[in-house]
Write a protein that binds this ligand. Structure first.
Ligand code: ATP
Ligand code: MG
Length: 394
C-alpha cells in the first residue's frame, strides 16, 4: 500500500461509499489508477468490488446489465455511466480468446492478478490508498510495460495482449520490458486467433497515439505476418512524421497506408472490418499520397473537388504541401469557387430544357462542364456553360 492520494470524481466516491455502506469493499481499478498516477485525465473510471452483480443492482436505482455473466453492471449517475465489476478470476483460455469460465472471488488480489500489465493492475480507494501488488508504480516510474506474471502464459491466454503492449507503449511513450518483449514475437502467430475488430481497435489506438511510429514494433516483432495477408505484405513505414498530424482516425491510417496505394490500403482496412466512411477517406488520401501539387489554382481546385474539405486539409499536411498551397486553398474557399456539380451554374434539367441531346451522356457532359469551371471559375455562368455544352454535345 502506498500513501498516494488520487482525486476521485464526486460521483465515483458516492458509488464507492454506497457499496461500502452495503458492507462491500470497493476500489477504482485499472486504467484510471494508471492515468491518475501519471497525471493524465482518465477516459473512464472502473470500479471493482466483491459484491455480486445482483447485490450491486440492489444498491443503485439506475443500472444497466452490461455484462452480468462477466460480473459487470453499469451504474448510471446523471448522464454518466460507471462500470462496476465483481472481483473475478478468469479460467482457462482454450481458444486464446475467451476464458472458458469466469469465477467470482472475494479477493482483490486475485482480480488484480488476471489483469494484463503491472501498470494496469493497481486499485485505489481513499480508505486503503493504492494497492500495488505487482510493482506497478515502479514500472510507471521506469516507463515500462511489463506483464503481470509469466509473459508467455499471459499472452498465450489472450494474444490481443501483445498488441495492447505495443499500444500502451505508444500511448504512454514507454518501453516494453525485455522478457515481455521477447514473448511478443513468440506469441505473434496466435494473433491470428483474435477477432479482426479487436485487432483494429488496438492498431487504431497505436496510430492515434503520441507515438504512432511505434507501429513499427508490429513489424519488428513479426505480429504483422499474422494479422492478414494484405497486412503482411505492407512495406514498413517510418511514421516519425505522423505524430504531428491531426489525430483523426482516417488521417493516421492514411499516413500509415497511403504509400502502399489505394488498393492495398482498402484491402487492409476491409480485412480489419473498418467502417466504410474511414475506408473511403483513406482510399482517397492514398490515391493522392505523394502527388506533387504545383501552386496553381486550377490544380488545387481539381484536388479540392475530388474530396471533402477536411480530407483536402489532411492531404495538405500528409503530402507536406507548402504554405502557398494553403494560402491558395483559403482564397478559393473565401471566393466560393465552384468545386462540385451542386454549385455548377447549369443542371441536367437546364441542359434538357435547352434541348442539348446528352441522353445517357448527361453525367459525363456535366462533369466536362465542371472541369471547365475548375479550370476557370468565371465560366460558371448559365449562358456560357450552355453555349459550351452545345459545342461539346454530339
Ligand atoms: P483505455 O481505456 O485507455 O484504453 P484501460 O487500461 O482502461 O485503457 P481497458 O481496455 O479499458 O484499458 O481495460 C480496463 C482494464 O481491464 C485494464 O486496465 C486492465 O486492467 C484490464 N484488461 C483489459 N483488457 C484486458 C486483457 N485483454 N487482458 C487482461 N486484462 C485486461
Ligand atoms: Mg478503459
Amino acid at each position: 500500500m502506498e500513501l498516494v492520494k488520487i482525486e476521485l470524481p464526486p460521483q465515483v466516491e458516492k458509488i464507492i461509499q454506497r457499496l461500502n455502506s452495503g458492507g462491500y469493499k470497493a476500489y477504482v481499478v485499472g486504467g484510471c489508477v494508471r492515468d491518475s498516477l501519471l497525471g493524465r485525465v482518465p477516459d473512464d473510471w472502473d470500479i471493482t468490488t466483491p459484491a455480486k452483480p445482483e447485490q450491486v443492482k440492489k444498491l443503485f436505482n439506475r443500472t444497466i446489465d452490461t455484462g452480468i455473466q462477466h460480473g459487470t453492471v453499469t451504474v448510471m449517475a446523471g448522464s454518466d455511466r460507471y462500470e462496476v465489476t465483481t472481483y473475478r478470476v478468469d479460467g482457462e483460455y482454450p481458444d486464446g480468446r475467451h476464458p472458458a469460465t469466469v469465477a467470482f472471488t472475494s479477493e482483490l488480489l486475485e482480480d488484480l492478478k488476471r489483469r494484463d500489465f503491472t501498470i494496469n493492475a493497481m486499485a485505489y480507494s481513499q480508505e486503503t490508498g493504492i494497492v500495488d501488488a505487482f510493482e506497478g508504480i515502479k514500472d510507471l516510474e521506469a516507463g515500462r510495460i511489463r506483464c503481470v506474471g509469466n509473459p508467455l502464459e499471459r499472452f498465450g491466454e489472450d494474444a490481443l495482449r501483445i498488441l495492447r503492449a505495443v499500444r500502451f507503449s505508444a500511448q504512454l511513450g514507454f518501453h516494453i520490458e525485455e522478457t515481455t518483449y521477447d514473448a511478443i514475437s513468440r506469441i505473434a502467430p496466435r494473433i491470428a486467433l483474435v477477432s479482426k475488430e479487436r485487432i483494429q481497435t488496438e492498431l487504431t489506438k497505436i496510430l492515434q497515439s503520441d507515438h504512432p511510429e511505434k507501429i513499427q514494433e508490429v513489424f519488428v516483432t513479426g505480429i504483422h505476418t499474422f494479422i492478414s495477408p494484405a497486412f503482411a505484405s505492407l512495406p514498413w513505414r517510418n511514421l516519425e512524421i505522423a505524430s504531428g498530424l491531426p489525430s483523426e482516425k482516417y488521417v493516421r491510417w492514411a499516413a500509415f497506408l497511403g504509400k502502399a496505394g489505394p488498393k492495398a490500403a482498402v484491402e487492409v482496412l476491409k480485412d480489419l472490418k473498418m467502417d466504410n466512411d474511414t475506408i473511403r477517406k483513406v482510399q482517397i488520401l492514398a490515391t493522392w499520397t505523394g502527388r506533387p501539387m504545383p501552386p496553381k489554382e486550377a490544380d488545387i481546385r481539381r484536388g479540392m473537388s475530388a474530396m471533402l474539405p477536411e480530407v483536402w486539409d489532411a492531404l495538405i499536411q500528409l503530402n507536406g504541401y507548402d504554405h502557398q498551397i494553403q494560402k491558395l486553398t483559403e482564397q478559393i474557399r473565401s471566393r466560393g469557387d465552384c468545386l462540385d456539380l451542386k454549385h455548377l451554374a447549369v443542371s441536367g434539367q437546364d441542359l434538357a430544357e435547352a434541348k442539348i441531346p446528352a441522353g445517357k451522356e448527361m453525367g459525363r457532359l456535366l462533369n466536362l462542364l465542371l472541369d471547365v469551371v475548375l479550370e476557370c471559375p468565371s465560366q460558371n455562368q448559365k449562358d456560357i456553360l450552355l453555349e459550351i455544352a452545345k459545342n461539346l454535345a454530339i
